[in-house]
Ligand binder design. Sequence first.
Ligand SMILES: Cc1cc2nc3c(=O)[nH]c(=O)nc-3n(C[C@H](O)[C@H](O)[C@H](O)COP(=O)(O)O)c2cc1C
Length: 172
Amino acid sequence: MRIAIIYSSKTGNTKMIAEWIKENLQKEDIVYFGNPTEELPNADIYIIGSWTDKGNATNDIVEALKKIKNKKIAYFGTAGFGGSEEYYKKLFERVKVNIDSSNEILGYFYCQGKMPMQVKERYEQMIIQNPEDAHLKVAIENFDEASIHPDEEDKNNVKTWVECNILNKSLL
Ligand SMILES: Cc1cc2nc3c(=O)[nH]c(=O)nc-3n(C[C@H](O)[C@H](O)[C@H](O)COP(=O)(O)O)c2cc1C
């Protein structure tokens, strides 16, 4: 089984997940590891990942997903506002519409990913104007929670996900 790991990462969180996935597939035939290219590498399994940009995968990843037919696909992502399976499910539902029904979806994985400090600075400016804004308080708490991810626990979760969703389902 030839495996292509294709990802989009702006600040390195999603790239870190991609590297952890690769580490757990050391014995397998990884034919490609990197950003999406105009012509997709030929593989049997596509492990595709993106950071979350305004609620969706990045355009280059969406375009890559649309091109894949009759293959196995596993999806991974990072998101700033994370921590809840329900949120991740919603994000994946949005990504999934770009996957052709001829493919087999092996599963999806998300974890939280730290956001740039400017985001927190903006929240802090806003809360000076509206000190009682409950949404802003939650957003700042969430920013702090995200700032330590991806972490060791996420790394372990990646390992389990690769074992259960990729190795067990498709390669053994
Ligand atoms: C312009 C921009 C838009 C974002 N939109 C969302 C979003 O809609 N939902 C979310 O959960 N996180 C959002 N984030 C947070 C990133 O998805 C998150 O920090 C991610 O881990 C970044 O991954 P990377 O380091 O691989 O680029 C956004 C970040 C930026 C910079």
